[in-house]
Design a protein around this ligand. Sequence first.
Ligand code: C2E
Ligand code: CA
Ligand code: CA
Ligand code: CA
Length: 279
Amino acid sequence: SKEVGRNSFQLYKASMNARSLERLSMLSRFQSALECNEFELHYQPVQCLNEEHISSVECLLRWQDPNLGMISPAQFIPLAEELGLITKLDQWVINRACEKMAFWRHQGIQLQRIAINVSAQHLHQGELALTVANALERHQLPGSCLEIELTESSFISNLHEAKSELKKLKALGVSIALDDFGTGYSALSYLTKLPIDVLKIDASFTSKVPDEYGNSEIVTAIVAMAKALKLKVVAEGVEKQVQKEFLKQLDCHYLQGYLFCRPLSESHWLRFYQEHIRS
Ligand code: C2E
Ligand code: CA
Ligand code: CA
Ligand code: CA
């Protein structure tokens, strides 16, 4: 058993080394990716359940590595957070999103808002509102065109600090959404302590309605609570017609998911938009 212990330790050491090597190479690849423009945004429209029109689009980051191909944000966002690179990446996204929104508006595209995912970690660095203000100014956009989705991969450790940063964003006219509501660190207390406008119900709940026990009750309760707090509600990850029917009957405000539209490249999204307004 001593032998087994030693072997498993060697194995552990080997995998540790592989892991840190992987990290190191990821770090350098990531930095060059930022310089070489290997990141791009895809867009997923959000549908208004009442009028069936497109109310906004959410920007979803894509990394096209020349050697590895498409790397999913689920893989590189947590790493970017850990390596302290997320702020830089978020800044790139904020600027690109504002640039695109301004361009589309010039083309006559009628969209209330463009939504951007921002790591809650960014709130602690105290530059989010400044970055947003600069991007809005550079692209001559009113703040009301922008929605910031707070992703809760990390705990908001300083609520006071977070609140003051969010208040600056609100003063610009920007709306604030709490993403992945009901999972992880996305806490109920944030709803009263932070100036939140929109609540996004996590796909893990909506994807299981109406049949899986407990989920319908949770979704019903979240929608009712959001309304009582005068928040807008978006149901994420809606893939089936029965789910849409269920949400419609709850009078949930917005819907997002493969049923309506998948995340699309810019050209595909613009085509989707044209077809949607014609139909
Ligand atoms: P999220 O913000 O919750 O985004 C929704 C994710 O679900 C996206 O995955 C989207 O492609 C996927 N999705 C949308 N509709 C459906 C559906 O009907 N069914 C299923 N199964 N999936 C659906 P994606 O693009 O891989 O992004 C994963 C996460 O990475 C995002 O989750 C977000 O937390 C993070 N992320 C993406 N872009 C950014 C970014 O620019 N900045 C930051 N900080 N995080 C980002
Ligand atoms: Ca999101
Ligand atoms: Ca989400
Ligand atoms: Ca998510």
